[in-house]
Design a binder for this molecule. Structure first.
Ligand code: ZN
Ligand code: ZN
Length: 244
């Protein structure tokens, strides 16, 4: 119905249209018309809402579609979601709405997953300092999507890599890093392209297998951590085989 026709009806009047695949559009007359779209509920079970009636200077009860009730109940969460999405929104220059919606859905899923993750951290007794913030969370997912199950880019192969742990190539200022960073578990156990390389350092580096006190010149090209591999122990193998 057009707004004009709708305003001839009593306040609280609503109309709904359902598509073949179950998307419902509800138009409701409050002090003006409101449109809501949902794949969950439409007019549903209408209830009553209290409104101020200006012309008669008194409160009145008007009908309210279920979708409006549900929206009012959850709009705090919708606002929070919108706000969190706006923090690290995927930059897309394309004006195509299909692409923009797709990117929005990725942002949407990432924020909701992060909220679920934070909820799960409590029963799992994750210490507060260890809980990832939204940016870390997004970076972790990005990194595992890029590296998990993937080969090491071929231009890295064969290049002398002895200095990989001393400087960070991503940083414009060379930062001395004493500790090797650990790969993500998703990458560590993906069984793709973990190849040993020999460094050309003077001193051997501590092996990164937790129980091992050994030192090694051998490192994993993909994980970028040092691991023993010799007659007595094969930490290279231990490190890459999940105990699960
Ligand atoms: Zn590895
Ligand atoms: Zn070792």
């Amino acid at each position: 119905m057009s707004d004009r026709d709708m305003k001839k009806e009593a306040r609280g009047f609503s109309e709904e249209v359902v598509s073949e695949d179950g998307v419902v559009v509800v138009k409701w007359l409050d002090n003006r018309t409101v449109c809501l779209v949902s794949n969950c509920v439409g007019k549903g079970l209408e209830d009553q809402a209290k409104r101020w009636d200006k012309t008669n200077s008194q409160y009145v009860q008007i009908s309210r579609p279920e979708v409006v009730k549900k929206y009012n109940h959850s709009m705090g969460g919708v606002d929070l979601l919108d706000q969190l999405i706006s923090l690290y929104r995927i930059l897309i220059r394309s004006k195509k709405w299909t692409l923009r919606v797709t990117m929005h859905m990725i942002d949407f899923a990432l924020v909701n997953s992060w909220l679920e993750y934070k909820k799960d951290c409590q029963p799992c007794n994750v210490p507060k300092k260890k809980i990832m913030d939204l940016l870390d969370f997004r970076m972790t997912i990005a990194e595992s999507l890029i590296k998990m199950g993937q080969k090491v880019p071929s231009d890295k192969r064969g290049r002398p890599s002895s200095s990989f742990s001393a400087t960070s190539p991503a940083s414009p200022h060379p930062v001395k890093r004493k500790v090797e960073t650990r790969p993500l578990v998703e990458v560590q156990f993906d069984r793709v392209d973990h190849m040993p390389q020999f460094d050309d350092k003077k001193e051997a580096t501590r092996c990164k297998v937790a129980e091992c006190k050994g030192r090694s010149h051998v490192f994993c090209e993909k994980c970028r951590v040092h691991l023993c591999i010799n007659k007595n122990r094969n930490c290279f193998l231990t490190f890459h085989r999940s105990s699960k």
